[in-house]
Design a protein around this ligand. Structure first.
Ligand code: B16
Ligand code: MG
Length: 219
């Protein structure tokens, strides 16, 4: 019997990854670093500092900029916040509200386990904060994705057990964390890129439609 669903944010409930990447590109440009589009998946679900480290390493400039990493991460975040200030309910993926409302109606607990320190602000701006029984603060959790800590933190606060909990993610790093937590893992996106997920749905709307077809005692 499923008692809880723990969601990732970016790439699952709405798309903020393009804004993250644009902000990283703008910051990187000031350091004469050009980021190819193909590098973007390496930053999904990965914390701000770890993303910066990956970018500098990729450009061979980690040693050169290591001492200014905090300032560079803050600069990126300020660019990012400017880009997402228009977010509202219309920014959510099709199916997001339907899915959250359905789970709430069935008495399933809902958690949010995003790597983003901006997650609470984003769910508030998009009007879905009240659906969540618990929102993880990633700055209070020892290890980010791919470690399972954010997912386990959500589960402990919600009060479910691993096999009663579904974790939903769009990133490979996040799915590794969900599997390590012992949850049922659901990937949103391309099956070929999310091979470690137990179930993959091409988008949130499809997952929302399918979960409603499942027998009630599965939930
Ligand atoms: P912030 P998720 C992640 O969100 C993003 O996918 C990732 O690109 C970003 O670096 C990370 O949040 C941290 O975000 O800089 O806002 O703290 O997919 O875990 O919801
Ligand atoms: Mg994500």
């Amino acid at each position: 019997m499923i008692k809880a669903v723990v969601f990732d944010l970016d790439g699952v409930l709405l798309d903020t990854s393009s804004y993250h990447f644009e902000a990283w590109c703008e910051m990187a440009k000031e350091l004469d670093i050009h980021l190819e589009e193909s590098f973007e998946p390496n930053l999904r679900g990965v914390s701000r500092m770890e993303s910066l480290k990956r970018i500098l390493k990729h450009a061979g400039k980690l040693d050169q900029h290591e001492s200014e990493m905090t300032q560079l991460a803050t600069k990126k975040n300020n660019i990012y916040l400017e880009k997402i200030k228009h977010l509202n309910v219309d920014s959510l993926y099709e199916g997001t509200i339907d899915l959250l409302a359905y789970l709430q109606d069935k008495g399933i607990k809902i958690g949010l386990a995003s790597a983003s320190k901006n997650a609470e602000g984003i769910v508030t701006a998009t009007g879905i904060k009240e659906y969540f029984d618990y929102i993880v603060d990633p700055s209070l959790v020892p290890n980010g994705k791919p470690d399972p800590d954010v997912f386990l933190d959500a589960m402990i606060h919600i009060g479910s057990r691993p096999h009663e909990t579904i974790g939903v993610e769009d990133s490979s790093a996040g799915l590794d964390g969900i599997n390590d937590a012992g949850f049922i893992s659901v990937g949103i996106g391309d099956t070929a890129l999310l091979s470690q997920a137990m179930f993959v749905f091409k988008d949130t709307k499809t997952f929302s439609d399918k979960i409603k077809e499942m027998p009630f005692n599965f939930l």
